[in-house]
Design a protein around this ligand. Structure first.
Ligand SMILES: Cc1cc2nc3c(=O)[nH]c(=O)nc-3n(C[C@H](O)[C@H](O)[C@H](O)COP(=O)(O)OP(=O)(O)OC[C@H]3O[C@@H](n4cnc5c(N)ncnc54)[C@H](O)[C@@H]3O)c2cc1C
Length: 426
């Protein structure tokens, strides 16, 4: 068998693609990294930039944590408002799990990751190459064909093709891998503000307004991104005057930001259709990572973190397994299992809440306890940061603690209030 030109051909040089390219090449593999956009500073515009703590080990393994902080990226955490009060996690780290992720604008992050990949020996970055064909041999994907400009084409043969080309994955279309689609009943708008001070300091904030959601995300460059995700029944009214509707929403927030003391630094960006998409993560000779494998509701800010992590899982599962088709297939099966084990249950819950439905009984129990008890708050925050699985989040111990916290709260609220001298002593 003749050796193909590359070990791995990756389509898409954004978070997932650059992470995979860098880590594969560090393992000694030859990597072609194709990116449709020619500008090395291109970046994803529709993102609110909150990278969950679950991705911090991958970011550290890549060696970009320092560069992110030097570029003004913020170690993040988030205060969450619910009808029961704020869910706050005290401190940043020191526990079993990474205590913080990062807030960094994609305008800063994407070119940084692309430079990292391009400067890694073994990676050939091919900007301005639009993948538009797949080569198949004996039922396996064995390469990808790209168009550069109107005239030139480039064929890249590789042992493994990786689709890191985002939620609309062209590679999935070419490979006849349709997405499973689950409806999303919210739309989103956001804008950047300069000079905004938040009661949470540099922590982000999220308001569960049942069913609408609002956020503040401090970022690099002295910019704070404000975002909201109302349910779609409000879309027509919102669109009639976006500025007024947006600002009204933030003025009404409990302990919300003061728009009067900040300057809006961008127009409003809107996203109306954001269906939840998932795809089987492998075929013979092909793997999907990042949004191409799973693109869920941005309400929870998990996509960037999972793009980093799924790229790392793929490299760890197949990086040493490219010698024969058989080994590669086993590696791909390991990756598919790992992806499923880590993300399928999270995806299920996220899609369920994306319908805009009211809280269910378990959510009422756990959210209310988290607003009342520091340990329950920490548990809730570990789940939001995707540091723990759905099984751990709903463990009997966590449910028992939440019941105990809420029973104590109920009992205290029923106790007669002290009056007279007793009240003075209290
Ligand atoms: C409104 C909104 C807000 C969000 N906010 C957050 C957030 O706060 N936190 C968070 O974690 N996630 C957020 N996300 C999700 C996050 O943006 C994505 O999960 C993340 O960008 C996925 O990274 P990726 O590398 O898989 O794909 P992408 O970033 O989509 O990159 C795909 C790359 O592939 C390239 N490409 C596409 N087709 C081809 C082709 N045919 N040939 C060559 N190249 C191609 C593209 O140019 C691009 O560079 C948000 C999403 C939305 C919609």
């Amino acid at each position: 068998m003749t050796r193909p030109e590359y070990d791995v051909a990756i389509v898409g040089a954004s978070i997932a693609g650059c992470t995979a390219a860098t880590l594969f090449a560090r393992g000694g593999l030859r990597v072609a990294l194709l990116e449709s956009r020619a500008d090395p500073n291109a970046y994803k515009r529709v993102c609110t930039h909150f990278i969950q703590a679950s991705a911090t080990p991958t970011i550290e393994r890549l060696g970009v944590a320092q560069a992110i902080e030097a570029a003004g990226g913020i170690r993040n955490g988030i205060d969450i408002w619910t009808r029961w009060g704020w869910i706050r996690r005290e401190g940043n780290g020191g526990g079993r799990y990474p205590g913080y992720g990062y807030n960094i604008r994609r305008e800063t992050l994407d070119p940084m990751l692309r430079r990292l990949a391009a400067s890694t020996p073994g990676v050939d970055l091919l900007p301005g190459h639009v993948a538009e064909r797949l080569f198949v041999d004996g039922g396996r994907i064995v390469g990808v064909g790209a168009r550069r400009g109107d005239e030139t084409t480039r064929d890249v043969n590789a042992r493994l093709v990786v689709a890191a080309d985002g939620r609309q994955s062209r590679i999935a279309e070419l490979a006849l891998v349709p997405p499973r689609v689950k409806a999303h009943n919210r739309f989103g708008y956001f804008a950047y503000y300069r000079g905004m001070s938040l009661r949470s300091g540099t922590k982000s904030q999220m308001w569960f307004l049942e069913p609408d959601i609002a956020y503040t995300f401090p970022n690099d460059g002295g910019l704070t991104l404000l975002a909201c995700m109302p349910t779609k029944d409000k879309l027509a009214g919102f669109k009639a005057n976006v500025e007024t509707a947006f600002e009204l929403m933030f003025r009404r927030l409990p302990e919300g930001p003061s728009l009067a003391h900040a300057e809006r630094a961008s127009g409003f960006l809107g996203m109306v259709e954001m269906p939840n998409l998932s795809r089987r993560p492998t075929l013979p000779g092909l793997a999907f990572i990042g949004d191409a494998a799973l693109a869920t509701d941005p309400l929870w800010g998990v996509g960037c973190g999972w793009a980093f992590q799924s790229a790392e899982w793929l490299v760890d599962c197949v990086g040493d397994a490219l010698a024969t088709d058989q080994l590669l297939d086993r590696g791909l099966a390991r990756y598919a299992r790992r992806h499923h084990a880590a993300l399928a249950a999270h995806d299920f819950l996220i899609c369920d809440y994306a319908t805009g439905r009211p809280y269910n009984a378990l959510e009422r129990l756990l959210y209310s306890a988290a607003a009342r008890d520091p340990a329950a708050a920490r548990h809730f925050q570990e789940f939001g940061a995707r540091n723990i699985s759905v099984g751990q989040f709903l463990s009997p111990r966590a449910l028992a603690r939440a019941l105990w916290v809420n029973a104590g709260h109920w009992w205290r609220s029923r106790r007669p209030k002290p009056t007279g001298r007793a009240a003075q002593r209290a």
